[in-house]
Design a protein around this ligand. Structure first.
Ligand code: GDG
Length: 501
């Protein structure tokens, strides 16, 4: 059974009948690379998440996607304006590429974005690195993105949607030159409390950049509240707490929460392909040849995901509850990310050591307790792992949403698994039937794993069924964003999202 999808092109058109649709993000939807054969070019297509949900919408509406041209053959295929039509087989919209130099990548992307904003927003000021060269480059690159947008909207009305923390300043640059455009921004990570955000020497500029939007979206109401407080105290914006708006310099931004989701059907389909049972059997043979239960973790290798805490809890589990030795195996997929940054390198080494230590302590000739897979797994295989896992453990120390939790629920077509979910992941607000964990308390975390493994089947089914029944998709999410954005654009009363139930 598939879930009904809103007609997003129609929703967008209804809100913005005469505006061109422009999406702006750091990452691009299509990347051109040199193929094995000399002189041939291959195209990397959008996979997973928001990119693959937005791509068909842009194909339906036309419009432009502005993004960093990160592929090695990207420059070869663009025209003089750095544009290329995509998808290659049926060019339906324009990809406008912004070029980043080696210094840009180091200072704007790895520097300001990922060694300042990311740790700050994940409540890790100890990991922030404040450098004027990072900030200066962040401004320059944001201006470059803004200029590409301005070039794309010349002579037309447009609705421009910025994504994430890499582009906080671009909206203000755009607004200053084109006050008539409609601008929205979705911030995919937490917005921290003012006590943390004020650490930023550039707090006011970042806030001003975002306040130039008509709509600023966050996953949770608490992130929106934090943002409004910061806007009031650090940028001098006037806040209407009832309407949830912030006015600065005569412009009003509407601030809303939209908890993002996933393409539910894509996971259900991948988890139920015809040869799923045979594929799952092969995975069992490989990782659980002695049988028993399977635990699963899927995370980017990032300090916000609480991997050391998860491994500590697993160590406690096998130490204190020996009945789970040889009866419970854990697969942790940990895809390396941002490995040029020291904190990520250290984390990678730490989890390696922990996995080795656990396997050394409790492993036997026939059984390896933890399989740490530091590589990306294709999405169809991921869905099968989700389906067959008896438990999935999400241990985020701080997480805007966490899509893994939602993917596990969607892929649990047999409804027999149990989700252990950190109370610090945004997703926990929507998944009350998950088993809550506090990753800072590894002993209780271990007890929660034990209890999850011992949970009667009826109870597991009840919880999983309830979570599956209430899941909303990324398409519903996008529809809500467009509806609120349209209302904000027309200056209508806020909070008018109708639950399509
Ligand atoms: C940010 C926010 C927010 C992971 N390993 C593999 C793989 N993945 C995919 C998962 C999931 C995605 O990566 C991770 O999404 P998360 O939501 O867990 O986390 P972030 O990357 O930190 O994303 C987060 C999100 O933005 C959206 O707004 O939820 O809070 O931090 O989709 O499936 N996918 C494949 N192979 C892997 O090995 N194919």
């Amino acid at each position: 059974m598939t879930t009904p999808k809103p007609d997003l092109a129609a929703v967008f058109r209804e809100q913005f009948p005469d505006r061109k649709f422009i999406v702006v993000s750091n990452r691009e939807p299509y990347e051109h690379r040199w193929a094995e054969e000399v002189g041939e070019i291959s195209v990397q297509r959008p996979t997973g998440g928001l990119t693959s949900a937005l791509d068909p919408l842009l194909q339906a509406l036309g419009g432009t996607w502005v993004a960093w041209g990160s592929g090695e053959a990207d420059a070869t295929v663009v025209d003089e304006q750095n544009r290329v039509g995509v998808p290659p087989e049926r060019e339906s919209y324009r990809l406008r590429r912004v070029w980043l130099t080696h210094h840009d990548i180091h200072r704007y992307y790895l520097g300001f974005s990922n060694q300042f904003l990311w740790p700050l927003c994940h409540l890790r000021p100890d990991l922030t690195r404040v450098r004027s060269r990072y900030w200066e480059r962040y401004r320059r690159v944001n201006r470059r993105f803004a200029e590409a947008v301005l070039d794309e909207v010349k002579g037309s009305d447009a609705a421009v949607w910025f994504q994430d923390y890499h582009l906080a300043l671009a909206p203000e640059f755009v607004r200053s030159r084109r006050p008539d455009l409609s601008l929205a921004h979705f911030w995919h990570i937490p917005w921290p409390p003012i006590e943390i955000f004020r650490i930023s020497p550039q707090a006011e500029y970042l806030l001003r950049g975002l306040l130039a939007n008509d709509l600023v979206g966050f996953h949770l109401p608490s992130f929106a509240d934090n943002f409004l407080h910061c806007a009031e105290e650090l940028a001098g914006a006037e806040i209407d707490w009832e309407r949830r708006t912030a006015t600065l310099g005569g412009h009003t931004a509407h601030v809303r929460d939209f908890p993002i989701s996933i393409d539910i059907d894509a996971f259900v389909e991948a988890a139920t392909v015809e040869d799923a049972p045979a594929q799952m059997e092969r995975i069992r043979d490989r990782y659980l040849p002695q049988g028993g239960k399977l635990g699963l973790g899927i995370d980017r290798l990032d300090y916000s995901k609480g991997l050391p805490q998860k491994f500590k809890a697993l160590e406690f589990l096998w130490e204190r509850y020996p009945e789970f030795r040889e009866k419970f195996t854990f697969i942790q997929v940990a895809v390396p990310s941002r490995s040029d940054i020291e904190a990520y390198d250290e984390l990678a080494e730490r989890v390696d050591r922990q996995a080795w230590h656990i396997n050394d302590l409790y492993g036997t000739d026939d059984w390896q307790p933890v399989h740490l897979l530091k590589q990306s797994v294709p999405q169809n295989r991921l869905a099968l792992l989700y389906r067959m896992a008896d438990i999935c453990a999400v241990s985020s120390l701080q997480d805007g949403m966490n899509l893994v939790a939602k993917e596990y629920v969607a892929s649990q077509t047999d409804e027999t698994g149990a989700l252990l979910l950190s109370i610090f992941a945004g997703a926990s607000a929507e998944l009350p039937e998950a088993l809550p964990i506090n990753p800072y308390d590894p002993e209780q975390f271990a007890i929660a794993v034990r209890d999850a493994l011992n949970l009667p089947e009826e109870e597991r089914r009840r919880r999983m069924g309830a979570m599956r029944g209430s899941q909303r998709s990324i398409f519903d999410w996008m529809g809500e964003v467009f509806t609120e954005w349209g209302a904000a654009d027309r200056g209508e009363e806020a909070g008018t999202v109708v639950d399509p139930g």
